[in-house]
Design a protein around this ligand. Structure first.
Ligand code: PMP
Length: 347
């Protein structure tokens, strides 16, 4: 489908708010256009509404041109804006894998959009045929999270390209954990698939969850529409400044990512030795592991009482008796292993 067919008519016809900083850019001798306070505090001016500098640096690093980048207040805004742009409340639907990240469903519910779940196979592989046959003429978006939360596995780019090829709506690939994976980013295929949106975030490998900065990469036509719909100054000045600092120190990020991967391997090795409570560890392409244990609720409660908080996923589809454990720092991982070993020894 063309973008004109996919975008909600009210959004296509929207006359966006034009903020002062959109109307004039460049150097001025007196900024008297935005009713700001001229007392210099370092934060008295509105931030750049289009985050030009951040997009330039990010685009260079990810090899995507700035006009193909949208920045949102966390991935949350990137998810929500996709619904608001493409899905007509009460009419359209979206299709997503199950289990997956919970916000796709929450945002669907908030926006009154039907949310269709398609189960992964038992080994967490993706059944493309099942996914595509869940779609109908009103399916606007397919959500695929890779590496997937909470299962931890990444899907192959061949399989994702095949889905992009065969689905005529919008395919959104959430790559929040992509830097921990050996499978490359789907951003490489933005040229090939005009209906592809790839999401990433500053919250995971880039260690900046607090600044709330999410990314959508897509065709410049989709990004233009997103820019019409977003709040005018969605990304605040402090976040933009911090994002530039992060991008300036990307080598450090790459090093720490490798450290997390090494720590993940050690954690897996150690967990495997506690075999009277750890029944299996699913392969992970992310900074967390999904661990099947003998009695998830009891172990979750025990760890919590020891001050070690993991995520109990045992009531999630296909994840019976599973705990999702984030790879922590050396002390955190040690504490986890010690407490689990104690638990195992006292059984
Ligand atoms: N996508 C996935 C798959 C996630 O697991 C998470 C966080 N748990 C997010 C997005 C959220 O990212 P952000 O902090 O950018 O909102």
């Amino acid at each position: 489908m063309t973008l004109e067919e996919l975008v909600r008519p009210n959004i296509l016809n929207l006359s966006p708010y034009t903020c002062a900083r959109n109307e004039f850019t460049g150097e001025a001798r007196a900024w008297l256009d935005a009713n700001e306070n001229s007392r210099i505090t370092g934060l008295n001016r509105y931030p750049d509404p289009l985050q030009t500098k951040v997009k330039e640096q990010l685009g260079k690093y990810r090899n995507v041109s700035p006009e193909r980048i949208f920045l949102g207040v966390g991935s949350d805004e990137c998810i929500d804006i996709a619904y608001r742009v493409f899905c007509r409340p009460g009419i359209d639907n979206v299709v997503a894998i199950e289990p997956t990240y919970g916000m796709y469903q929450v945002c669907a519910d908030i926006n009154d959009i039907e949310y269709r779940r398609v189960s992964l196979r038992k080994d967490f592989s993706l059944d493309s045929e099942a996914l595509l046959s869940a779609c109908d003429n009103n399916t606007k978006i397919i959500w695929i999270c890779t590496p997937n939360n909470p299962t931890g596995n990444a899907f192959s780019r061949e399989q994702l390209c095949d889905i992009c090829n065969r689905f005529n709506g919008i395919t959104v690939i959430d790559e929040a954990y992509i830097d921990f994976s050996t499978k490359g980013s789907m951003t490489e295929y933005l040229d090939s698939f005009p209906n592809l949106i790839v999401m990433q975030t500053f919250s995971k490998a880039w260690a900046s969850a607090a600044i709330r900065l999410g990314i959508s990469y897509a065709s410049s036509s989709i990004i233009d529409i997103y820019n019409k719909v977003k709040y005018p100054y969605n990304i605040n000045e402090l976040t933009q400044r911090q994002a530039l600092k992060v991008l300036d120190d990307i080598t450090h990020i790459e090093e720490t990512t490798q450290e997390i991967l090494d720590a993940r391997d050690n954690l897996i090795t150690e967990l495997e030795t506690i075999d009277n409570i750890v029944l299996g560890i699913y392969p992970s392409d992310a900074n967390f592991i999904l661990v099947k244990v003998t009695e998830a609720d009891a172990i979750y409660n025990y760890l919590r009482d020891c001050g070690v908080i993991v995520r109990n996923r045992s009531r999630v589809h296909l994840c019976g008796n599973c705990l999702r454990i984030t790879v922590g720092n050396t002390e955190e991982n040690r504490l986890l292993i010690d407490k689990l070993s104690d638990y195992g020894n006292n059984r």
